[in-house]
Design a protein around this ligand. Sequence first.
Ligand code: A3P
Ligand code: MG
Ligand code: MG
Ligand code: MG
Length: 343
Amino acid sequence: MPYEKELAAAKKAATLASLQRVLLQSDVHSKSDKSPVTVADYGSQVLVSFVLERELPSVPFSIVAEEDSGDLRKESGQDTLKRITDLVNDTLANDGSYSVSPLTTEDVLRAIDNGKSDGGSVGRHWVLDPIDGTKGFVRGDQYAIALALLDEGKVVLGVLACPNLPPTSIGSNQLHSSNGVGSLFFAKVGHGAYTQALDGSTETRVHVTDIENPEEASFFESYEAAHSSHDLSSSIAEKLGVKAPPVRIDSQAKYGALSRGDGAIYLRFPHRGYREKIWDHAAGCIVVSEAGGIVMDAAGNPLDFSKGKFLDVVAGIIVTNQKLMPSLLKAVKEALNEKASSL
Ligand SMILES: Nc1ncnc2c1ncn2[C@@H]1O[C@H](COP(=O)(O)O)[C@@H](OP(=O)(O)O)[C@H]1O
Ligand SMILES: [Mg+2]
Ligand SMILES: [Mg+2]
Ligand SMILES: [Mg+2]
C-alpha cells in the first residue's frame, strides 16, 4: 500500500512529540516576527525529525518546518538550548522505544536544521508545524502537532496530534479533555480519515457532518482575533443563516474537530498583509478532505501546497461539507464585497 510506512512513521513521530512534559507558562520566547516560541515547540521539531529519520532510514530526507536554530546558536540562546536538549532526552527515555545515548546540544541543533527545506513541486517533502497554536498551548488550551507529506506538490498524508482535544465530540462548552487523553487524526490520500485516542485505542473512521441547513450549523474560528477577523466571519455566518455563536479554538484542532462532525464550518480571514504558511494547513487539509469535506480559499480555489513554504490564498480559507459549500461561497463573496465597498 502506498505511503503505509510513511503514515506509520508520522503517527509515531507526532505521538511521541505530544508526550513532552513541560511546565506550561515558562520558557516562552519571542521570535523576530514577535510571535511566541517555547522550548516545547523546538523539542517537538527535534523529536519528529529524530523519529522520521529512525523509522525511514533509507529515504532521502526533506522537511519544511516552522522553527529554525538561529536564536539557539546565539550566546543568549544557550540556556534555552540546554533545556530543549534535556526535554528531548527525558521524552525519549520515558518512551523507551529507541535505545540511544542522550542527544547532545549539537544533535539537537542539527535535528532542528533538518527542517530547513523549501518544499516545492518536485519530490517528497515532510511539512511540520511542531506546535501549532503556540498561544493556545501557553494558555493551556488547544494546540496540535501537525505533520504532512507532500509528493510532487500534493499532500498525500497528514497527522494531527491534539493533546487537549477529548476523543469524544466537543460542544461549545466542553472543549477540554476531561481525563487528560487527547485525540489523534490521520489520513492518507484516497483512504479516508481516521481518529483514535492519543493513548492508542482502536481507530475509527471519521466523516464531516452531513448537515445541509445552515441554521443547524455551527462554525469554528481562531481564538486569536489577530489571526482571523471575527467581524468578517460573523457577517458571513449571519448572511448564511447560522444561528449558533462561533466556537473559538486554537490551531488545526479545528480541522480535526470538523473532520468528525463537531462543527460544520471553519472560517479563517487573516488581516491584510499576512501570508499563510503550508505547515498551518497541510495536515488539517487532508484530514478534512479525506473525511468528505472541502477546503478552499475565499475565491473557491483549492489550496496549492506546491509553491514553497507560503500558501498564497485569495482573502482567506473556508472549510465545510459538499452540501454547504456553494451557499458558503456565496455568503463569503457578498461579505467581502460589502467590506470592500465600505472601505
Ligand atoms: N497575524 C496572523 N494572521 C494569521 N495567522 C497568524 C498570524 N500570526 C500567526 N498566525 C498563525 O496562526 C497559527 C495559529 O492558528 P490559529 O489562529 O488557528 O490558532 C500560528 O501557528 P503557530 O502557533 O504554529 O505559530 C501562526 O502560524
Ligand atoms: Mg509559531
Ligand atoms: Mg502553526
Ligand atoms: Mg507552530
